[in-house]
Design a protein around this ligand. Structure first.
Ligand SMILES: C[S@@+](CC[C@H](N)C(=O)[O-])C[C@H]1O[C@@H](n2cnc3c(N)ncnc32)[C@H](O)[C@@H]1O
Length: 266
């Protein structure tokens, strides 16, 4: 069970305007940065976040261990929902992995996934749909997300969507520190996708204060992944209690970061 325990204002959200480049890439004018890499997008999301958090093994292990019966659940936390591309990539990956298991005859049923994310500058479902149109492989997932988001008004604070039988989206609208410090959950986050804009222009997404709040929602074994290996982010993650490992980056990026909690703060 996830809830927000705070007097955060409950107001209808005003969507943020963004621009699309000549190549159709969504770009934030506020942060002067792109929502995802111009060389890959979905492939980068899979490499950095899904492989970076070892989700192939971890989803399988959770299914086999039979935790939280009757239906096991895997809790992914994200910083920066943006266009929702990471969620769509994960939904698509989960579907492919389940098909693999079915064909192998393993009998494994992958866990349900709860995707908890935060966004201070939300995009409208129409803008998200336009951003997703670059990726025909996730057309079905995009349709499911856009339909769910269009089905009711978005408010500041916590918004819950049952996207399909395998995925629940819990989308918090507000600032990362206000939202995550107000989260009440009966279990730790299993994996974190850290996906702010460039730390130079978007420091609150990578601050030591934010990283400590994420660590408090974690436990021994929680892991993280991010595309950035910059010194300040590494220092802040270490100070918050994460042990870090550099891995091969995607495309032109030489390195990326994975990490895990070995001594929970709480
Ligand atoms: C790199 S984009 C995320 C891309 C996204 N994961 C996707 O799949 O499209 C970073 C996101 O963080 C959001 N953001 C920036 N500062 C924030 C803050 N202080 N609190 C919450 N969200 C923030 C931005 O609006 C943006 O949507």
């Amino acid at each position: 069970m996830i809830n927000i325990n705070s007097p955060l204002p409950h107001e209808v959200v005003k969507f943020t305007e963004i621009e699309f480049t000549e190549n159709g890439e969504p770009r934030s004018t506020k942060f002067d940065d792109v929502y995802f890499s111009d060389c890959g997008g979905m492939e980068e999301s899979e490499h950095v976040f899904i492989d970076g958090c070892d989700l192939r093994e971890r989803l399988r292990n959770r299914a086999q261990s039979g935790e939280s019966s009757p239906v096991s659940d895997y809790l992914v936390g994200e910083t920066g929902f943006g266009t929702g591309l990471n969620l769509l990539t994960l939904m698509n990956f989960h579907k492919r992995l389940q098909e693999e298991e079915k064909h192998s005859g393993s009998g494994i049923i992958l866990p349900h996934v709860t995707f908890l994310s935060v966004e201070k500058y939300p995009l409208s479902p129409e803008v998200m749909k336009r951003a997703h149109s670059r990726f025909p492989n996730i057309g079905k997932e995009s349709m499911e997300l856009v339909e769910a988001l269009s089905s009711k008004e978005l408010f500041t604070g916590l918004n819950t969507y049952e996207i399909n039988p395998e995925f629940t989206l819990q989308l918090m609208i507000g600032d990362i520190t206000d939202c995550y410090s107000s989260v009440c959950t009966d279990r730790p986050v299993d994996s974190w996708f850290l996906d702010g804009f460039n730390p130079k222009s978007n420091c609150d997404m990578w601050s030591v204060q934010s990283m400590k709040i994420l660590a408090e929602l974690s436990s021994k074994g929680t892991n993280i992944a991010t595309f950035t290996v910059c010194r300040e982010v590494r220092d802040n993650l270490r100070e918050a209690g994460f042990t870090l490992v550099k891995r091969k980056g995607f495309g032109r990026k030489r390195e990326m970061l994975s990490g895990f909690i070995d001594s929970p703060l709480n």
